[in-house]
Ligand binder design. Structure first.
Ligand code: ASP
Length: 343
């Protein structure tokens, strides 16, 4: 355990480090040294802050699973040298990356705090500075025993710290861009940073070795139910060669139209070994396939409950599990367990 805190800031790109192109006006990423120059306040912290920049830095819309692998491997490489990590990342896919990392970094005992901004850091009204500075302070936070205050993968945005795999990008314009509708904030930043320790996941024992999972499967699809969805669409999706898991986005508490062809297609896919996980299209609340007849029929067709998981958490958890296990039975078993507080 290190006595003096040290934080590694990892810059991947996103609006926080963008500026307008002088000719076209489009937002393009700029180099990390310039991002740091915009936040001289960081020098007031009495702990070491090092930085690492991806090259090239990217808009998070361009992030693919192999980027998560690079991030996870970088954290493994630097794990013993730092008390915590801040990842500057675009907001568009931040919830996917944070969810993915939460499943990749098993036995994590240090903070991995994603943050970014809605306005570039060089602009006068930027939200990037406060997000960045508070994220660094949280990443360095230790309790009296020298253990991390938040040993989890999180997103810090607009005064709130959330468990990463509970978040979704909720607002494309407001500074309060992220929500965690089904789980309370882990910390709130006002004059002081107040940690809600009863909501934070702490290990039963410390000093376990970090295990990094880097096999990511992509044989997954999200199928959103809507009134009038056609049989040929569902049929085509369920017959995609090699497809292993379908995340079925249903109405309300996990309901879908009680069309016989739909139930037959779903139960047929399940009997061929495909996994179908039910998550709700509602931003908040949980799937409960015991309440309405149309939900009960889905359960009888072999559809699995995703409880109150976000689509982002469901997709990335499935990607990690199918990457690790070739057997869908094992994937199914682990999908029904909460691995990192995701439901
Ligand atoms: N398109 C940007 C990105 O995700 C948006 C942002 O950072 O807010 O990289």
């Amino acid at each position: 355990m290190m006595n003096k805190a040290a934080v590694l800031v990892i810059y991947t790109g996103g609006t926080i480090g963008m500026k307008a192109h002088p000719v076209t006006g489009e937002l393009v990423p700029f180099r990390f040294e310039h991002v740091l120059e915009e936040v001289p306040e960081l020098q007031k912290f009495c702990f070491r802050i090092d930085s690492y920049s991806f090259d090239p830095v990217i808009d998070s819309s361009d992030i693919l699973p192999d980027f998560w692998v690079r991030l996870a491997l970088l954290i493994r490489e630097k794990y013993d040298q730092y008390n915590g990590f801040v990842i500057l990342h675009g907001t568009d896919t931040m919830s996917y990356s944070a969810s993915a990392l939460s499943f990749m970094l098993e036995n994590l005992e240090k903070p991995v705090i994603f943050t970014g901004s809605q306005l570039p850091i060089g602009l006068p009204r930027t939200d990037g500075k406060e997000n960045f500075i508070s994220a660094v302070e949280i990443a360095a936070g230790l309790d009296q025993q020298g253990h991390a205050l938040v040993p989890e993968v999180c997103i810090f945005f607009q005064d709130q710290l959330f468990r990463g795999n509970r978040t979704m990008k909720y607002n494309a314009e407001e500074f309060r861009a992220f929500r965690s509708p089904n789980y309370p904030a882990l910390a709130e930043a006002g004059i002081h940073i107040k940690y809600n320790r009863k909501y934070i996941l702490y290990p039963e024992s410390w000093d376990r070795p970090l295990l990094v999972h880097t096999q990511v499967g992509t044989d997954v699809v999200v199928l959103k139910i809507f009134p009038g969805i056609e049989k040929k669409v569902v049929e085509a999706i369920l017959n995609i060669p090699g497809l292993r898991v379908v995340v079925l986005e249903t109405y309300g508490q996990g309901n879908a139209p009680s069309l016989q062809w739909l139930l037959d297609l779903l139960s047929g896919a399940v009997s061929r070994g495909m996994i179908i996980v039910n998550v709700t299209q509602c931003p908040a609340g949980s799937v409960s396939m015991d309440t309405y007849a149309c939900g009960i029929r889905l359960r009888e067709a072999g559809v699995l409950s995703g409880y109150d998981m976000t689509t982002e958490a469901a997709v990335t958890k499935i990607m990690l599990l199918t990457g690790q296990y070739f057997d869908n039975k094992k994937v199914k078993e682990l999908l029904s367990q909460s691995l990192n507080g995701e439901f």
